[in-house]
Design a protein around this ligand. Structure first.
Ligand code: NAD
Ligand code: TYD
Length: 350
């Protein structure tokens, strides 16, 4: 039985990756290392947490003693590294926690992998999960390719860019077997309601203002989270060492068009007169350094590894909205005192 370390497995994307690996690969023992920050939630994994090939460890990826102890105990065959501080707005108010987790945490894992695997690199793999935001911002045309020069603008994207560079440096300098993917915006069940889609769905439900930054003209490329998890599975097993793979939905939306679409869907679900929810749209002060457009070219992943998204946007939005409307208990638990404080602070000052 191979032990695989997944970091950040209690978060949004991580929980979908952990579920897929635990269910699909009984020959792996999945060790999920997660600090359970505000974004980590074990409720995301209640359906698999009793499985015999799953182990949860609460801990910090920056804690090198703990990380080394886990490598010693489990002799991991592979690492899939998702743990991160992930919200751009939080990185603007508190950059240091992003530097710590995203950079120092990644190097702590790289060092452990290098030391424990040094006699047999070929049998191992370190897979680093990253974002398209490292490439910076596009104008109205063009796409991000795997060889697009990095140009991050937010403390979040700069910290992810830095971690990507360090992962590549360990490949070139020490020969560590690494692979990296950079994905566009994910949406789906279990996403913390500080990110656009769940925030808008929750606010529509509660008749609260729908904050749209600036003119709402920024463009994001949206991918259903399970299609990202599927790409991660494919890249972990079939990707080539030292390579980078872009992952995207080929599904670009301006924020305002997307918010209007969610309003329409929610009017239907909540039996409101068409146009009711859209009246809640409120333009607020723009995000500092707000990237205009992200768009991914993911032909390499499609042609070399045969990946294609399986969930259309209409279907994915339907599944997502239904999930948030059904999982009121999950939502209630995350909308705790801390969330309330974050929300007040973030949206009052605008
Ligand atoms: P998330 O914020 O929902 O989850 C992050 C998880 O990491 C949480 O469970 C949290 O508890 C854990 N964590 C944070 N700091 C930690 C630490 N020091 N030690 C151990 N665990 C820690 O994030 P997400 O949206 O699921 O993103 C996961 C990864 O995918 C991140 O690396 C992110 O950069 C990347 N990514 C996200 C998106 C997106 O649209 N959400 C797109 C592309 C790439
Ligand atoms: P977000 O979900 O934070 O993802 P990212 O910044 O990583 O792309 O935001 C998606 C887009 O929605 C981004 O252009 C910022 C915008 N946005 C709003 O207009 N209002 C909001 O309240 C939030 C959270 C985001």
């Amino acid at each position: 039985m191979k032990n695989i370390l997944i970091t950040g497995g209690a978060g949004f994307i991580g929980s979908h990756v952990v579920r897929n690996f635990v269910n699909k690969y009984p020959q792996y023992n999945i060790v999920n290392l997660d600090l359970l920050t505000y974004a980590g939630n074990l409720e995301n994994l209640t359906d698999i947490d009793a499985k015999s090939n799953y182990t949860f460890v609460k801990g910090d990826i920056c804690d090198d003693k703990l990380v080394n102890r886990l490598f010693e105990k489990y002799r991991f065959a592979g690492v899939i590294h998702l743990a991160a501080e992930s919200h751009v707005d939080r990185s603007i108010t508190d950059p240091m926690s992003f530097i710590r987790t995203n950079i120092v945490g990644t190097v702590t894992l790289l060092n452990a992998a290098k030391n424990f695997w040094k006699d047999n690199f070929e049998a191992h793999r370190f897979y680093h999960i990253s974002t398209d935001e490292v490439y910076g911002s596009l104008g109205s045309e063009g796409f991000f390719y795997e060889n697009t020069p990095y140009g991050p603008h937010s403390p979040y994207s700069a910290s992810k860019a830095s971690s990507d560079h360090l992962v590549r440096a360990y490949y070139h300098t020490y020969g560590l077997p690494v692979v990296i993917s950079n994905c566009s915006n994910n949406y789906g069940p279990n996403q913390f309601p500080e990110k656009l889609l769940p925030l808008i769905i929750n606010n529509i439900k509660n008749n609260k203002p729908l904050p749209v930054y600036g003119k709402g003209e920024n463009v994001r490329d949206w991918l259903y989270v399970e299609d990202h998890a599927y790409a991660i599975d494919l890249i972990f097993h079939k990707g080539k060492n030292g390579e980078t793979y872009n992952i995207g939905g080929e599904n670009e939306w301006t924020n305002i068009k997307l918010v209007n679409k969610l309003c329409e869907i929610m009017d239907g679900k909540l039996h409101r007169v068409s146009g009711t929810s859209a009246q809640l749209i409120t333009y607020v002060k723009d995000r500092a350094g707000h990237d205009l457009r992200y768009a991914i070219n993911c032909k390499k992943l499609q042609t070399e590894l045969g990946w294609q998204p399986t969930v259309t946007f209409d279907k994915g939005l339907e599944k997502t909205v239904n999930w948030y409307l059904k999982n009121t208990h999950w939502l209630q638990n995350v909308l705790s005192g801390d969330y309330e404080k974050y929300y007040q602070n973030q949206y009052q000052k605008r």
